[in-house]
Design a protein around this ligand. Structure first.
Ligand code: DQQ
Length: 665
């Protein structure tokens, strides 16, 4: 409307102007010696002003002969009106063309009203691009975990030097401060009072010495009898030689241990003869023996034999290499991040690493992270004080052959003894399963598992039981419970009230009456053969998490029972990521393992810790664990649902299902 008034008034005003008509720009007007009040009436156009002096006498140039005035007015009026009509037409055309851009924001009512017709409008390509960019952002940001340990940004790998010191849990980790990919490795550092809520501190160590110029690699902390901690770590020199080095706190009275000093005696240990200069790394926590010598183990290899070297010292400065290895296993390749600690055969408490005296009630666990297949294997055995070597109880379950901490994505783990709660706690690095490009886009890569309490399974004496630290339960919120539900063959039941991407789930199933059935001879079951959709007799049955309503995305964690030719039933547990995401470029390996279920146990149980892009599964009270990374695109946040399912032909009874919503840490 104002535009129309202007367009009509403008030519009239000009036509009627008795003298000179000036078009003056804003700038000119500001600079003009003719001030507005002097100039009289001003008709405001778009950025222009028509000067119409009242007092024409003062401005001789405005005096126009009366006789020519009539002709002049008509001529000017016709001419200028034509111009203005043309301008109006152009303006109207422009308004039509750019209407969507000029339109004021619509009210909710307007939007609702025009919803149907608006959907028929062609969407400008830029909007489409922005929309898909937003979806990508939403997809990537939905992957960040809410209560797993991860730095604010960039790359993280191995857990390093965990310890409890003066009221704080300290956690260090391999960290690239510059990018979301491995490189420029430093030690990140955070502290916590409950292992769940973490406070980040400055980097503890950076590659600033010739012997660690290419990276401050993994290592461990030892709290000495006087209460002071030290760190032993591997440095990668400017010529890529691996050496072992020591750092001490600048101020050991600082409970946060904010500053670390590398001792002048570094490097302390270099690869001994026979060990390659890049095959010598990751010192363990030191243990003290009755000969008053401290010992550490270091991962290495000779040819394709993986092994753990032992060094001893009385003062952490003078070291000597023990003639025999702690242990070695042919064909296992390089051993990284070796861990060695005692476990009790009778109690549920953890034990200090220095508990190495011969004791029939104590076993030892040796763990090695196998560089060749990126899995963490452990074996239970005894530490021979005489020979200073470790002897596995069952050679068939030696490193690389038998038990793993976790049958999913899990590597370079490390334990520590928590004297505050007399427990041994395990940390493990969980890498991404997506592409490096996605990691760069989201600006971070990797998480750590929820710290797990480790004990020896007293029923078997031959395997560990792992369970999330009890502090995790402080994040439990709303809970739904279901009981005694029979899942017939082919059943699929949505669990109402259990949707979400932050969940703690515990479920138990009645162990089926396998004896009533004769099964034809079965092949050994592999989780990867068809995953959760392969139909069996007893199984697959279990849970779907991160499941879309229409199930186009779903992560299945399930049991599958098979009868071996020797008449023994085998229970296998699997985590099937093959349908977990519609996104491309993701590793969808189906993980799993057979479990050692005691014949007296008449149930099968699972605990799932679900946190945006990670599912940690604890089977049968922790006898086996499977960690997987999943990247749903639809089944995110409140659209991530939980289902019970039974794809076997025989009915299964779900005994109890409890699902807690989890708060963020
Ligand atoms: N990661 C560190 C090494 C270790 C490897 C380097 C295991 O010390 O052997 O970042 O992931």
């Amino acid at each position: 409307m104002p535009l129309l008034v202007q367009c009509v008034c403008f030519p009239i005003a000009i036509a009627m102007a008795p003298g000179k008509v000036s078009f003056v720009s804003d700038k000119e007007r500001r600079n003009s010696r003719v001030a507005e009040n002097e100039a009289g009436k001003i008709l405001e156009g778009k950025g222009f002003y028509v000067l119409m002096p009242d007092n024409k006498a003062d401005y001789p140039e405005f005096k126009t002969p009366a006789r020519s005035l009539g002709t002049c007015i008509i001529f000017r009026f016709v001419f200028l009106t034509a111009i203005c009509i043309a301008m109006i037409m152009c303006l109207l055309l422009l308004i039509c063309l750019y209407q969507p851009l000029l339109a004021p924001a619509k009210s909710v009512k307007d939007t609702a009203r025009s919803k149907q017709s608006a959907s028929k409008l062609p969407v400008p390509s830029t909007t489409k691009g922005e929309r898909s960019a937003n979806l990508v952002d939403k997809f990537l940001s939905s992957q960040r975990t809410a209560f797993h340990f991860q730095p604010e940004k960039n790359w993280m790998n191995d857990p390093n030097g965990p310890m409890f010191y003066r009221g704080y849990y300290h956690f260090f980790y391999q960290y690239n401060p510059d990018a979301a990919v491995w490189g420029n490795i430093t030690w990140g550092h955070s502290v916590s009072t409950d292992l769940i809520h973490w406070h980040p501190l400055n980097l503890a160590m950076v590659p600033d010495q010739w012997y660690d110029a290419e990276g401050v690699w993994s290592g461990s902390a030892t709290v000495l009898p006087d209460g002071k901690p030290i760190i032993l770590y591997t440095g990668l020199s400017n010529e890529s030689v691996q050496s072992q080095n020591m750092a001490v706190p600048e101020d050991s009275f600082d409970p946060l241990l904010r500053k670390w000093v590398k001792v002048p005696q570094n490097p302390m240990l270099v690869p001994p003869p026979g060990i390659g200069y890049t095959d010598f790394r990751d010192p363990t926590t030191a243990w003290l023996e009755s000969d008053r010598l401290w010992r550490i183990a270091i991962g290495a290899k000779e040819g394709t034999t993986g092994l753990a070297l032992v060094y001893k010292t009385s003062d952490f400065l003078d070291w000597s290499l023990q003639s025999n290895f702690l242990h070695k296993v042919a064909g296992t390749g390089m051993w990284e991040c070796v861990d060695f600690y005692p476990v009790s055969l009778t109690g549920t408490n953890g034990m200090d690493t220095s508990k190495v005296e011969v004791d029939l009630l104590v076993k030892h666990v040796l763990k090695a992270s196998l560089y060749d297949n990126k899995h963490d294997y452990y074996t239970v055995g005894v530490y021979s004080g005489d020979f200073k070597t470790f002897i596995p109880d069952d050679p068939a379950k030696d490193i690389g052959l038998g038990l793993r901490y976790d049958y999913g994505k899990f590597y370079a783990s490390k334990t520590f003894y928590d004297p505050a709660q007399e427990r041994r706690i395990l940390w493990g690095w969980v890498n991404e399963s997506d592409s490096e490009l996605d990691d760069l886009k989201k600006g971070w890569a990797s998480v750590q598992t929820i710290p797990r309490t480790l004990i020896l399974d007293r029923h078997t004496g031959s395997n560990l039981l792992q369970w999330p630290v009890h502090e995790l339960e402080s994040l439990r919120g709303d809970k739904v419970v279901f009981q005694d539900k029979v899942l017939d063959g082919g059943a699929l039941v949505k669990v109402d009230g259990a949707s979400g991407a932050q969940l703690d789930i515990e479920v138990s199933f009645k162990y089926p009456d396998v004896h009533k059935l004769y099964l034809p001879e079965q092949k050994e079951y592999e989780c990867s053969q068809g995953g959760a959709t392969l139909r069996g007799v007893f199984g697959p049955f279990g849970l779907l998490v991160f499941a879309a309503d229409n199930l186009v995305e779903q992560t299945a964690v399930y049991f599958y029972l098979t009868l071996r030719p020797d008449g023994k039933w085998v229970t296998t547990v699997c985590s099937d990521q093959s349908r977990s995401s519609l996104a491309t470029g993701i590793d969808r390996t189906v993980y799993g393992t057979a479990i050692n279920k005691s014949p007296t146990e008449n149930f099968l149980s699972l605990r799932l810790i679900v946190d945006h892009s990670i599912v940690e599964t604890f089977v049968q009270q922790g006898i086996a664990c499977i960690t997987s990374r999943v990247y749903p695109t639809i089944a995110i946040d409140r659209d991530a649902h939980v289902f019970l399912f039974n794809n076997g032909s025989e009915s299964i009874t779900m005994q109890t299902l409890q699902v807690w919503q989890m708060s963020s840490a």
